[in-house]
Design a protein around this ligand. Structure first.
Ligand code: AMP
Length: 490
């Protein structure tokens, strides 16, 4: 369903602006598109619905965008050959399905007065609809419903002469989260919003430069990690080298805490810290805060595994794989539509019955969103003969939606927004339920705790304290006079 409300960013089944994404770009290597395909493959966990690559051969830009996984869509013989050039950028995304899905697949491309411009975006612009409303009023013609296209229009209509100045002018008008990789004839730009909400790192492979959402994407192509792109930094790489710009007033950074809890791959280094070691430490903190007398610690795979190892090591209770996960089903949460989501949970996990029978167990998962997974897993453990089923969650209760690029349902669908912990326990039918405290989460990241006056990270999903204004969200009511995109593409 396509929303006709320009301020509707919430419809989980509609053609909305919600996205989870990964970006990758390389400048200065032969068969750049092949390197991008590999990088995107390592970032597949950040978005599994669609992928795209745009290359530049010195004269022409070449693009291929497809719905589906990277591996199924970017084979060397057919597609990569058609993406020549020594520079390329790419994108993986989770998009809600809909007939116009393909036109939202990135990189988005435009012919600007300064030349070709391709952009891949991870994050979410929280005033995209308000900006779009104004742009359309002044004659802009949008081709997608993506918030990223707003940036392109702002660049295109900027009064400045040089592309970089136009780009900076555009970014100064947007609010929210963006890690961008842009491909232009003069070079590749990697940049992060002033708060650095979403990650972006730089790597080097021989003489070529790479931008990627996570370090695992550097590993896969054998590139060395150079450094992260700093919050508010804009880095330009081209054949003459690398140049860093800091066009924004300095801000205290607020990188997303959920990258460490769930989103990033455990073998990535995010904000200079190993995601795996943070998750293990989260489990240890959880064992200290919420111990339980059981026979086995069992992770909900895969996302609960590192925290369960930490919980087991801290408590001395044996760690066992009491749930086996099929790897041939996508992430449960990521399948649009409630019916499929329920079906996905059953397909995805199975009880290791002989291990569970007659045992008191504690299950460890990273988060409860709607409560679908926990309810099914607790039931599955009881059916397998568990004597007691306790649940420990490796993050605080998710009480608020994310407006910065992590797909979460609207607030009313979040279990923790509707219930206190005891009611959640009843709902999932566990013998006990406990969440990690917010201070425990910060401690697991090497801090003394959360600085409530100046939180060190964006933890809005747990605290409701959003680090930027949320113009679209706040203006949602009463601005429904402009269709977002009325054409249905068959
Ligand atoms: P739910 O079943 O709705 O309570 O969702 C919780 C499950 O979804 C947990 O097992 C998490 O690992 C996973 N999850 C949490 N947040 C996300 C997200 N933003 N995208 C995909 N999966 C998620």
């Amino acid at each position: 369903m396509i929303s006709t409300n320009p301020f509707d960013t919430f419809d989980a089944d509609g053609d909305t602006l919600h996205e989870e994404c990964g970006v990758f770009g390389v400048w200065g290597t032969e068969t750049a598109a092949a390197a991008v395909a590999l990088g995107l493959h390592a970032l597949q966990h950040r978005g599994q619905e669609a992928a795209g690559i745009t290359s530049f051969d010195g004269k022409w830009f070449h693009s291929h965008r497809a719905v589906g996984h990277v591996a199924g869509n970017f084979d060397e013989d057919r597609i990569i050959r058609q993406l020549p050039g020594e520079a390329a950028c790419g994108h993986v995304r989770y998009s809600t399905t809909g007939e116009s899905g393909l036109r939202n697949v990135q990189p988005l491309y435009a012919d600007l007065a300064t030349g070709g411009f391709a952009v891949a975006h991870n994050g979410n612009i929280s005033n995209a609809m308000a900006l779009r409303h104004d742009l359309v009023k002044h004659g802009a013609i949008f081709q997608s419903t993506s918030d990223t296209e707003t940036i392109i229009h702002l660049v295109a209509t900027s009064e400045y002469k040089l592309l970089l100045d136009k780009f900076i002018d555009a970014l100064k008008q947007v609010e929210g989260a963006y890690s961008l990789v842009c491909l232009t004839p003069e070079g590749m730009i990697g940049c992060r919003d002033p708060l650095g909400i979403r990650p972006l790192v730089m790597g080097k492979l021989g003489d070529s430069y790479i931008f990627a959402s996570e370090t695992v994407a550097l590993d896969v192509v054998g590139a060395e990690f150079v450094r992260q792109v700093e919050p508010g930094e804009l880095v330009v790489v081209n054949d003459t080298g690398i140049k860093s710009h800091r066009p924004f007033a300095p801000h205290a950074p607020r990188p997303c805490i959920f990258e460490h809890v769930y989103f990033s791959r455990p073998d990535s280094i995010v904000d200079g810290i190993s995601v795996y070691s943070v998750r293990k430490e989260i489990g240890a903190q959880l064992a200290i805060e919420s111990p339980v007398d059981v026979d086995l610690v069992i992770p909900v795979p895969d996302s609960g595994v590192p925290a369960a190892i930490g919980y087991a090591q801290q408590s001395g209770i044996p760690f066992e794989l009491g749930i086996i996960r099929s790897h041939y089903v996508g992430r449960t949460f990521i399948q649009p539509g409630d019916k499929v989501r329920h079906l996905g949970v059953k397909l995805k996990h199975n009880a290791n019955k002989s291990l569970i029978e007659g045992k008191k167990i504690v299950l460890i998962d990273d988060s409860i969103v709607r409560g679908t997974t926990s309810t099914k897993i607790v039931e599955m453990m009881r059916e397998a003969g568990a004597k007691e089923v306790h649940m420990r969650i490796a993050s605080p209760p998710t009480t608020h939606s994310c407006f910065y690029g992590v797909d979460t349902p609207e607030r009313e669908k979040l279990l923790a927004a509707k219930m206190d912990v005891e009611h959640m326990r009843e709902y999932i039918e566990a013998d006990s339920l406990a969440f990690l405290s917010i201070d425990g989460l910060y401690r697991a990241m090497g801090e003394e705790g959360r600085n409530d006056a100046h939180p060190q990270r964006c933890d809005a999903c747990f605290s409701g304290q959003y680090p930027t204004t949320l113009t679209d969200h706040d203006e949602k009511a009463g601005k429904a006079d402009l269709p977002l995109l009325a054409e249905r593409v068959k």
